[in-house]
Design a protein around this ligand. Structure first.
Ligand code: NAD
Length: 424
């Protein structure tokens, strides 16, 4: 089995098909030069690496890792690192493409990149994950750097993973290079507010959407799929703002209580190692059932491909707020739009993370750190500016919010490419 999972991951292929279908539709609506549209279908470069790790039982397991630069016209590559059994070249390429459009939509000077290792960290020890991270970093070291490509956390990676990457890179350089990754702990050059920024940005957008729909947030109900970084902060922020959070889930299943779930208690329960579905005082539900619970705000914050043409007809929410990347297929998007659902598409919905990562990179570069008030104020300003631009274009061109967001991102990249010209 020399290349486990390489090119055979059907989920990853589905994601790339979805990302390319989105690009083609948006390019058609923009009347984009076919030469540029074709160029944007392809990543700039992709590195596939083997990551051998000595396990605690003495075996050496060879994992496959990836780092993809989709487009770096606007600045250094930016994008998370994912550790999951679904990770493949296709999945990583799709996620890198979405990063390109997301950074352009937010008007921040980064290109789109993504990385990952195909592995199951839930069955690995901390020592094994550290060994995997350090070896993976060494294997991709020629692609990353503060001026080249700056990784960040994604599924099953976190502040600790980023610290190991920063340390490994710094050891190779011979001095500390905090700007090589974002999403680090504050003590090693991270930014205040970065950990919460994706969920907080999503909540800023949810409240802006409710405002447009003239719905008072107090007393509305919410269901959040995924209780990791993005999902838990989203659920907690909504709960603090008096939204009744009636359902949450993790990879094992969900918890439902129509009277509302105490999210602070749920955070404590999960931190102590509990599963969401085992939370006392709520009824266990499957992830499929969770998505179909009637609510005002549905926030998929776990993974891709969750809302498809199969379950979209049964989904009953007023606002779909996408924290995850690629949770909704284009077919499902049309079904939900037909039902009048207000959609906050992923490249806008979860862009708070990359926006705060940009702040972290700026602070690391300038060696000058901001206070939390300034960070959250700038985050809200940038994300709401993008929201208004998406709303205005959707109304002007009579297109979906998703198409409007993609059109803004893609047209900015395309314009920069036209000005820079084709090398040589
Ligand atoms: P995480 O690893 O912290 O949490 C993931 C959560 O989803 C966990 O609760 C996990 O149990 C659950 N989960 C995983 N697979 C699932 C499945 N098949 N069904 C239901 N639940 C499942 O990851 P995260 O950083 O919160 O990322 C979640 C999503 O948000 C991903 O799609 C990621 O790409 C996207 N995202 C994250 C950030 C960030 O700043 N962390 C930024 C932008 C986008």
């Amino acid at each position: 089995m020399p290349f486990p999972n390489w090119g055979e991951n059907l989920e990853g292929q589905g994601m790339l098909r979805e990302a390319v279908a989105q690009l083609e539709r948006a390019a058609g609506l923009l009347g984009l030069d076919p030469n540029l549209a074709d160029r944007l279908r392809h990543p700039k470069r992709a590195l596939v690496v083997t990551v051998p790790v000595r396990m605690d039982d003495g075996r050496v397991v060879s994992y496959t890792g990836y780092r993809v630069h989709h487009n770096i016209t606007l600045g250094p590559g930016k994008g998370g690192i994912r550790y999951a059994p679904t990770v493949s070249l296709e999945e990583t390429t799709a996620l890198a493409m979405w990063m390109t459009w997301k950074c352009a939509l937010m008007n921040i000077p980064f290109g789109g990149a993504k990385g990952g290792v195909c592995c199951d960290t839930l069955s690995m020890s901390r020592r094994e994950i550290q060994a995997l991270t350090r070896r993976y970093t060494s294997e991709i070291v020629m692609l990353i750097g503060p001026e080249k490509d700056i990784p960040a956390p994604d599924m099953y990676t976190n502040e600790q993973t980023m610290s190991w990457i920063m340390d490994t890179y710094s050891m190779q350089m011979g001095y500390s290079v905090p700007g090589v990754v974002t999403g680090k702990p504050v003590v090693v050059g991270g930014s205040l507010g970065r950990r919460e920024a994706t969920g907080l940005g999503l909540c800023n957008l949810i409240f802006a959407a409710l405002d447009r729909l003239k719905i008072d947030p107090q007393g509305t109900t919410a269901v959040v799929q995924g209780f990791g970084n993005v999902g838990s902060v989203t659920a907690l922020t909504l709960w603090h703002d008096k939204v009744r959070v009636i359902g949450v889930s993790d990879v094992y299943g969900g918890a439902h209580n129509s009277g509302g779930i105490d999210i602070e208690a749920m955070v404590r329960h999960v931190r102590a190692g509990g599963k969401v579905g085992e939370f006392p005082g709520a009824t266990p539900v499957s992830n499929r059932e969770l998505l179909e619970i009637p609510c005002d705000i549905l926030a998929p914050c776990a993974t891709d491909g969750q809302i498809t043409k199969e379950n979209a007809p049964r989904i009953r929410c007023r606002v779909l707020a996408e924290g995850a990347n690629g949770p909704t297929t284009l077919e499902a998007d049309e079904i939900l739009r037909g039902k009048g659902v207000f959609i906050i598409p992923d490249i806008l919905g979860n862009a708070g993370g990359v926006t705060a990562s940009y702040f972290e990179w700026v602070q690391d570069t300038q060696k000058y750190f901001w206070d939390i008030g300034e960070i959250n104020q700038q985050l809200e300003r940038i994300i709401l500016r993008a929201f208004q631009q998406v709303m205005a274009l959707a109304a002007e061109k009579k297109v979906s919010h998703r198409m409007a967001a993609l059109m803004i991102g893609i047209s900015r990249v395309a314009e920069a490419m036209r000005f820079r010209g084709l090398y040589p």
